[in-house]
Design a protein. Structure first.
Length: 51
């Protein structure tokens, strides 16, 4: 198992690439959810203004 985790001496590069990729994907999901929430709130305000 330790040989797998060491990645033949390239573990720093491999695991940091995985970490950066995971962080970017999590950031995209969080941003998309925040924008969705903001758009829903804007739509609700617009619908209430028209009534």
């Amino acid at each position: 198992m330790s040989d797998f985790l060491a990645m033949g001496g390239y573990a720093v590069w491999v695991w940091s690439a995985w970490g950066i990729s995971a962080a970017a994907l999590i950031g995209l999901v969080v941003t998309a959810l925040a924008e969705r929430r903001a758009a829903a709130e804007r739509l609700r305000r617009l619908e209430n203004d028209e009534a």
